[in-house]
Each structure stands twice: as structure tokens, then as C-alpha cells.
Design a protein around this ligand. Structure first.
Ligand SMILES: *[C@@H]1O[C@H](CO)[C@@H](O)[C@H](O)[C@H]1NC(C)=O
Ligand SMILES: *[C@@H]1O[C@H](CO)[C@@H](O)[C@H](O)[C@H]1NC(C)=O
Ligand SMILES: *[C@@H]1O[C@H](CO)[C@@H](O)[C@H](O)[C@H]1NC(C)=O
Length: 487
């Protein structure tokens, strides 16, 4: 039992990271104190001389030791092979060439010719008063032969490491708190939202991650943004991937739009705009809706069709052209409505202008140009017209041929003035899909229209006809009646 306990204790110590508290919060940590350098005598000839004789010149004055890296010195021991120098001054510099900082000043030993053969300097345990040194200078107040200098201390890891390869040159700290560098003197590329700072026992000052929505691995610290944020965040993401852009990779690159069904951190958060090469003005679309910028008259998310009042053209510059206003409006004369109360609300022709859009065209059963030749009664409800069909603009399911044939009109529709037909006159006939009792009959009734023919209508009607052939009526349903078979 005691053995098991001891083992667990050892394991616990091995896995615990001194740079984090048991709750996983970062805390100030230091690497252990180690022997940093054991400098052999730099003037060995001095030791060969017997006391009293002249000493080597190198040992007169000062001696500088380069430590090969930055260390926190805790103690310096000097051993002399002669009586110690009458006075001794130790100084340290954190970089080559100084400035030098006085560590220890030993005035002349009173009444003695030489000092002790061993001297040890200890730095204070106060971490604020630590001695950071990369160079050490020993100044003799006279002559002495130095046999060895022993230095102890820790790697300078700025409170961010508890382990260090102290013998490496430069010494390498095992950096924690998302710091990096030989002495943990900077933040890792992904953690530059705050400025780097050394850890202190009061505050560990860990490096904080940039928020890049998982689209960037690197960021840089911008002190101006940090100041503007009131000291909350200064990171700027670099090299945003997955077609994202922005300081936090939080929006989509031009040419891509934000798919609202995906979280911003998803690799598929930004989708390519699918702008039509002819219908759109460019390859970029609205970042939130995916709407491409369409040329005049073009519509659709990707700008792939003509808008209302526009029809397709052959020009890539203007793929949709306005259907000329004059030709879309077919002027009619107001009907002389009958005063018969039975005719009240019977006719649907309330306006004198008829707008012929592609939609309306598609909703007609037929569109014909025909001359009315004669008319005669055909039973109590119908009149039969002899007509000469001159042009078929919109064909019906029951095929209409050009030339002379019969058409049928309800008598009431004529009596109420819904349709005004003069024998010997050319008309534009619009057939309704309501139809009559016999589908083979060509029916003209109050749901349709008979307009005295204008030659200027021929061209727009041909164009509508071409649109229909190009599939322009697909998806346009007739308002009433059952579906008709395709012919
Ligand atoms: C050693 O230093 C002392 C004092 O600085 C000086 O008087 C003496 O001449 C020096 N000796 C040599 C050999 O340089
Ligand atoms: C993008 O689309 C949204 C929503 O459809 C709209 O509110 C916004 O104004 C559009 N932005 C631009 C630049 O057109
Ligand atoms: C009259 O016209 C309107 C709109 O064009 C249409 O909805 C309605 O069905 C028509 N009524 C008749 C009786 O044709």
C-alpha cells in the first residue's frame, strides 16, 4: 500500500505542469536553478607562478565572460589560484557590450595584502531584483590568478516556462502559455490577440488566441486596433482560407456569398456566386443574399432570365430588351355597352387599353389575325361567323389553319356588346381558354377579345411567337381550364 501511494505521487508530480494551476489556469513559472557554466581559468599561466612573483598581465585589470545566452543569475563563485585580489567588482550585462550593472563590490580587505581564495556572490531571492545577464565582468583591484568561475542560475524564460535546455546555445525554454522563442519572448502565431508580456507572480500574462473562425492559423498583433478596442483585442487574422476574408475571417471574399445554413466557422460558410456570364455585370454577388448584379432588364439570383416587360435579345451587352411600350398596348375603342340589366357585369372589358405581355400572350387559347366575312344565327344561343384566318400567332391545341373557316360566338356576348364585329373588317382575335361545348370549334366569347387590326402589332406578336417557341410559355399556366395536351 505505501508503495502504490508513493508511485501515484511520483506520477502526479511528473504530469503536473508548474505553468498551470490545478484548474488549468496559467500561472507564473520558472525553470530550475542549474549550473550554467563552469568557466576554466582564463589565465592558467597565473597559477603556474608562485605567490609573490609577477603575475600574468591578463589577470591584471578585468576579465569578461560571455555566457552564451541570457540567464537569471543566482550565484557566482570565484576561485583563485593566488591570494584573492585586494578588491573585487562583479558586473553583469544583459547584452554584449553592456550597459554594465554592478552586482557586487568588494572593497579592499583592510590590512590584508590579498583577499580570500574563494568568493561567492548570491543574488537576492526577490524575483524583481533578478540579475539578467549574458555577460559577466570580473574586475580585480590588483593582481590575482583566477582558477575557475562557477555560475548558477536559470534560463531567462520570462515566467512562461518551467523547463529549459540550459546547455543549448542559445538556451531553449520549453515555452508554455502559448509563447514561443528561445526565451519565450513572443506569442505563437495563432495567439497574438494581446501584446506579449512577461509573466509575473501576480499575472501570468498568457498569449491569447485570435478569433479567426477556424479559417486562419496565423494572426498578427496590431497595437492601434488593440488601443481602439479598449485593450480587449488586437489580433488580425492572416491568410484566411475557405474563401473568407476580414480581420476575423468573418465574411466572404468577393465572388463568394455567405451561406446562412452553415456556421461561419464551417469550411463551406462561403459559396461561390454563380453569376451568369452574360446576364450579370460581373462575378461578384451580394454577400448576404447571393444576388448577382444583373444587367438592365435581367432578373433572377444568378441573372439568368429576362424580367417582366423585357424579352431576350441576341446582344450580349443587352441580353434583355424592353418590349416597346407602343406595341405592348393595344388600343381599343370603348364598347357601346348595352343598357340591358342582364348585361350588367357580364363583359369583362372594362378598360380601353390591353397590355400584351408574354404572360398574357401565353394565357390565351389562341391569337389570330382574321377577317370577319359574314355572320348568321345558329340556334338560340350561338351565331356562326365565317372568318378568313390570315395569321396564326398563337396556335391552340385544336389546330387552327389559315384560310376560310367557321367561328362561333354566343349571342348574348354580341348582344351585350362584349364583342363588336363588323363583317368585312380585320380583327386581332384573342381566344379564351374557357372554350365551348365542342372543343373542335373555334370559339370567340366575352372572355376573349376582338380588336380592329393594326398593322404595327404584327412585329411584336411575331416576337412573342418566337419567345413561345423558345419555351417562353413554360411555367405560365392558363388561369382556368384543364391542362391541354402538347402538340
Ligand atoms: C596592474 O594594474 C595596476 C593598477 O591598475 C597597475 O598599477 C599596474 O601597472 C598593472 N600591471 C600591469 C603589469 O599591467
Ligand atoms: C444584400 O442583400 C440584403 C438582403 O437581401 C440587403 O439588405 C442588402 O442591402 C444587400 N446589399 C447590397 C450591397 O446590395
Ligand atoms: C376578367 O378579368 C380578370 C382580370 O383580367 C380575370 O381575373 C377574370 O377572370 C375575368 N372575368 C371574366 C368573366 O372573364
Amino acid at each position: 500500500m505505501p508503495v502504490t501511494f508513493a508511485l501515484l505521487l511520483l506520477l502526479g508530480q511528473a504530469t503536473a505542469d508548474p505553468c498551470y494551476d490545478p484548474q488549468g489556469r496559467p500561472q507564473f513559472c520558472l525553470p530550475p536553478v542549474t549550473q550554467l557554466a563552469a568557466v576554466a581559468a582564463s589565465c592558467p599561466q597565473a597559477c603556474a607562478l608562485s605567490p609573490g612573483n609577477h603575475l600574468g598581465e591578463t589577470c591584471n585589470g578585468s576579465l569578461t565572460l560571455a555566457l552564451g545566452g541570457s540567464f537569471l543569475l543566482t550565484s557566482v563563485s570565484l576561485r583563485f589560484c593566488t591570494p584573492g585580489p585586494p578588491a573585487l567588482i562583479l558586473s553583469a550585462a544583459w547584452a554584449s557590450g553592456g550597459p554594465w550593472r554592478l552586482l557586487w563590490h568588494r572593497p579592499a580587505w583592510p590590512g590584508a595584502l590579498g583577499g580570500p581564495e574563494r568568493v561567492t556572490f548570491h543574488s537576492t531571492p526577490d524575483p524583481k531584483a533578478t540579475v539578467v545577464a549574458s555577460h559577466l565582468r570580473v574586475e580585480f583591484g590588483g593582481q590575482a590568478g583566477l582558477a575557475a568561475a562557477g555560475l548558477r542560475g536559470r534560463c531567462q524564460c520570462h515566467g512562461h516556462a518551467a523547463r529549459c535546455a540550459a546547455r543549448a546555445r542559445p538556451p531553449r525554454c520549453h515555452c508554455r502559455h502559448h509563447t514561443t522563442g528561445p526565451g519565450c519572448e513572443s506569442c505563437r502565431p495563432s495567439h497574438r490577440d494581446w501584446p506579449w508580456r512577461p509573466a509575473t507572480p501576480q499575472h501570468p500574462h498568457p498569449c491569447l488566441p485570435c478569433s479567426c473562425n477556424q479559417h486562419a492559423r496565423r494572426c498578427r498583433f496590431n497595437s492601434e486596433l488593440f488601443r481602439l478596442s479598449g485593450g480587449r483585442s488586437g489580433g488580425v487574422c492572416e491568410r484566411c482560407r475557405h474563401h473568407t476574408a476580414g480581420r476575423h475571417c468573418h465574411y466572404c471574399q468577393p465572388g463568394f456569398w455567405r451561406d446562412p445554413s452553415q456556421p461561419m466557422s464551417s469550411r463551406r460558410a462561403c459559396r461561390a456566386c454563380q453569376c451568369h456570364p452574360i446576364g450579370a455585370t460581373g462575378g461578384t454577388c451580394n454577400q448576404t443574399s447571393g444576388q448577382c448584379t444583373c444587367k438592365l432588364g435581367v432578373t433572377g439570383l444568378t441573372c439568368n432570365r429576362c424580367g417582366p416587360g423585357y424579352q431576350q435579345s441576341r446582344s450580349p451587352r443587352m441580353p434583355c430588351q424592353r418590349i416597346p411600350e407602343a406595341t405592348t398596348t393595344l388600343a381599343t375603342t370603348p364598347g357601346a355597352y348595352s343598357s340591358d340589366p342582364q348585361c350588367q357585369n357580364y363583359c369583362n372589358m372594362s378598360d380601353t387599353r390591353v397590355y400584351m405581355s408574354l404572360r398574357r400572350y401565353c394565357q390565351q387559347d389562341y391569337v389570330l389575325r382574321a377577317q370577319v366575312l359574314a355572320s348568321e344565327a345558329a340556334g338560340p344561343a350561338w351565331r356562326r361567323l365565317a372568318v378568313r384566318v390570315q395569321a396564326v400567332y398563337k396556335q391552340r391545341a385544336q389546330f387552327v389553319r389559315r384560310g376560310d373557316q367557321d367561328a362561333w360566338v354566343p349571342r348574348a356576348d354580341l348582344a351585350c356588346g362584349c364583342l363588336r364585329l363588323q363583317p368585312g373588317t380585320d380583327y386581332l382575335l384573342l381566344g379564351s381558354v374557357v372554350g365551348g361545348p365542342d372543343p373542335t370549334r373555334l370559339i370567340l366569347d366575352r372572355h376573349g377579345l376582338a380588336l380592329p387590326w393594326r398593322p404595327r402589332w404584327a412585329r411584336p406578336l411575331r416576337r412573342l411567337q418566337q419567345e413561345e417557341r423558345a419555351g417562353g410559355c413554360r411555367g405560365v399556366r392558363a388561369p382556368t381550364s384543364s391542362p391541354r395536351p402538347e402538340h
